[in-house]
Design a protein around this ligand. Sequence first.
Ligand SMILES: Nc1ncnc2c1ncn2[C@@H]1O[C@H](COP(=O)(O)OP(=O)(O)OP(=O)(O)O)[C@@H](O)[C@H]1O
Ligand SMILES: [Mg+2]
Length: 340
Amino acid sequence: MRLNAPQDQTLIGESPAFLEIIDQCSRAARHDRPVLVIGERGTGKELIAARLHFLSPRWEKNFVQVNCAALPENLLESELFGHEAGAFTGANMKRIGRFEEANDGTLFLDEIATTSLSAQEKLLRVTEYGTFQRIGSNKTIQTDVRIIGATNIDLPAAADRGDFRHDLLDRLALDVITLPPLRHRRDDILLLAYQFGQRVAQDRGWSSFAGFSDDMIDALMQHHWPGNIRELKNVVERAVYHTEDEVTPIALLELDPFESPFRPRADRPAQSENTTSPAPQEQTVLDGNPIDYARTVGTFEARILQDALEKNKFHQRDTAKFLNLTYHQFRHQLKKHDLL
Ligand SMILES: Nc1ncnc2c1ncn2[C@@H]1O[C@H](COP(=O)(O)OP(=O)(O)OP(=O)(O)O)[C@@H](O)[C@H]1O
Ligand SMILES: [Mg+2]
């Protein structure tokens, strides 16, 4: 299924999980309520937000996008709501905010979980009464904006921690679209990979795209894809750009372009030659901040499994041996970490 959206943004996918999202998106687009789009990094939240707007009755009006994480707290509020001249140091001229710009259309608040509690209070007011004030003004402005929020964090948990207002969450969560990670829509991996490969082949002026070798297909299918579709796109684009010959299937899988024996490690600062390394028992693994023990250990285990798989070209029996695990124990670990 190819769903064409403006700006040459095409949503690709045929897996049941993806088609279900597309259905949900079409249903949500029709009504005029806020929508939250949730998903791990690189799962396509921005494309889905755009689709929600362009399928909605507001499609001919403005689709305004704000990355809430890109601006410091005070600037975000003036970006969203605008300000009067002299409202704060540096505000020399009056500025129309994004809410006014998006009037009658859609405002996409990307990374919405990073907004301050003060901005959230103002957002709550807009979602409840459709009103706000420019910073430095008492005049109430009426607006008609549909809000779409996106985040990759667990918003109810953030609300329980006090980092996100429960009442705003309730207002925004009229429809929640949760995008599946790529590892849960494995049927789409090759489809996406071929599509991305073909685009680069076309860019390079090749007459056709020869596809991928069997080993590369295995590796693409086995990888965990923590960076989801963005990671897959980068890996495939890199592989096609690094290939000289257009007739041989691509066989070069470079999952981490920084991998090198000479790579400087930020977490392991180079020791100067005359300092001796501390003995292992003197090293400390915690920096003093509290951690979630189970999650940290789980992440570490998953990274070991992933690295070991890559080092062993995704051969599971070799990887089990490499880790000094029985094949059965190894499969159990893969299952536990959702790596099968
Ligand atoms: N279904 C899809 N078909 C084709 N390309 C896709 C699809 N989903 C995502 N992409 C591509 O993957 C990349 C990441 O998508 P997007 O920026 O929408 O992710 P995101 O969920 O917003 O990620 P982040 O949380 O890191 O901001 C983009 O280049 C986008 O074009
Ligand atoms: Mg994004």
